[in-house]
Structures are given as structure tokens and as C-alpha cells.
Design a binder for this molecule. Structure first.
Ligand code: ADP
Ligand code: MG
Length: 215
């Protein structure tokens, strides 16, 4: 039997109160992006919750989630290793910028100081050298998005789930942030599921588009 590389979503169906929100079968190779397009309320965030393993029990759902051939469906969220980015970068206000990245580095990766150094190196990779000691509130929207991405990568995810992560950025930054995110995912060989209501996101993602709701 051949082992499928990347993310395989088979026979996913999600219902709420008997009404079907989502029906999806898809393969997302490493570095590829599957875009799920639909209006607000169509079930996009719900789909990501199912893939990530944190679906609210109010929903009825079935279907399998596999990564590189291994079945995640029965696993708890923390054992699935899905990296998630939301509309808001949600940086911890009580930690400095490097601290926000270091917190995602597994403790066995090194001493506190080693982890701090890894966080500083990740910041440099993201074009944010020297921002380690800064208060996250002083960063621009685009800079916060880059910190959130570095944090998620530090947790060594096996797949990336993006919940409208560009929708709060202005047009220029949105384009830049998209390119950076997709390039990073490609480089890291991560399958990506992007949910959005913005057609331009789908175009930039340059992959398969699955439509939900009445879009
Ligand atoms: P989208 O992300 O596409 O805007 P959601 O996945 O958030 O849509 O929501 C899909 C539907 O499920 C909506 O009708 C929403 O009101 C409902 N919903 C979302 N979360 C819950 C929940 N925890 N319990 C019950 N209904 C919910
Ligand atoms: Mg949503």
C-alpha cells in the first residue's frame, strides 16, 4: 500500500441540528494549500475545529483526518500537532516578543537560555531582528502576524490551519503576509487548510478551492 504524503480528509460531514454544514473529501500535499471559501456562518471555523480535534459537541461530525498516512481522527487536539492561526495574532501581552515565540518551543529542546536564543533566531528569520525585548503591543499588524507564524512553527506542527488570518490587515500588508505564509509553508513542507470569505485569498493560495454555504 502506498503511503499518502500530506493531509487526507475522507468523507468529512459536519451537521448542526440535523442541517448539513460541510461535506468534504480532499488531499492536501505537503506545501500545498486547500482553500475553503464560504460566507460567514457557513461552517469554516467548524471544519478547522474538526480537523484540529477541538470541535464543540453541539456538532455531529464524521470522516477521517490522516497525516502522512497516520490517522488523527481519534486523537486529542494536543496529540494532532496542528498549527493554527486566527484572524487575531493573539500574542500574550505579559510576555515580550521573543517570549511569545519561546513559549511554543518544547522544554526538552534546551535550557531557557537556549530557547530564548532559538526565539531570537526565528525573529531574525522573520525580518524582526532586535525586536525580542519589545512589548507585543508596540508591533504593527503585519509584524504581529509574523511573530504568530514563527510561534506556530516553533511548535513543530504537522499541518497548518488558517482561519481568515489576513482579514484584518490592510490590502498591501495582506498581500505581503499571504506570500510570506504560503512560502513558509511550502518551505516547511506543511499541508495548509485556509478558510476565508475573500476570493483574493483563494487566488493567492493557488491551490484547490472548496466552496461551502451559498458562496
Ligand atoms: P464560519 O467560520 O464560516 O463563519 P462557523 O463555523 O463559526 O462559521 O459557524 C457555523 C455555524 O455553527 C453558525 O451557524 C454558528 O452560529 C454555529 N456555531 C458555531 N459554534 C457553535 C457552537 N459552539 N455551538 C453551536 N453552534 C455553533
Ligand atoms: Mg469563522
Amino acid at each position: 500500500m502506498t503511503k499518502t504524503e500530506g493531509l487526507a480528509l475522507d468523507g468529512i460531514t459536519i451537521r448542526l441540528g440535523g442541517r448539513r454544514l460541510i461535506a468534504l473529501d480532499a488531499q492536501v500535499g505537503r506545501g500545498e494549500v486547500l482553500t475553503v471559501m464560504g460566507p460567514s456562518g457557513s461552517g469554516k471555523s467548524t471544519l478547522l475545529a474538526y480537523i484540529g480535534g477541538f470541535l464543540d459537541p453541539a456538532f455531529e461530525a464524521e470522516g477521517s483526518v490522516r497525516i502522512d498516512g497516520s490517522d488523527l481522527t481519534g486523537l486529542a487536539a494536543e496529540d494532532r500537532h496542528a498549527g493554527i492561526l486566527f484572524q487575531d495574532p493573539l500574542l500574550f501581552p505579559h510576555l515580550d516578543v521573543a517570549g511569545n515565540i519561546a513559549i511554543a518551543i518544547p522544554q526538552h529542546s534546551g535550557s531557557r537560555r537556549d530557547r530564548r536564543r532559538m526565539a531570537e533566531a526565528a525573529l531574525a528569520d522573520a525580518g524582526l531582528e532586535g525586536f525580542g525585548d519589545a512589548d507585543p503591543d508596540t508591533l504593527s499588524g503585519g509584524q504581529k502576524a509574523r511573530v504568530a507564524l514563527q510561534r506556530v512553527l516553533m511548535s513543530r506542527p504537522r499541518l497548518l490551519l488558517l482561519d481568515e488570518p489576513f482579514s484584518k490587515l490592510d490590502a498591501h500588508l495582506r498581500e505581503q503576509t499571504r506570500q510570506m505564509l504560503f512560502a513558509t509553508a511550502r518551505q516547511a513542507g506543511l499541508p495548509v487548510v485556509l478558510v476565508t470569505h475573500d476570493e483574493a485569498d483563494a487566488a493567492a493560495a493557488n491551490g484547490r478551492v472548496h466552496r461551502v454555504g451559498d458562496s
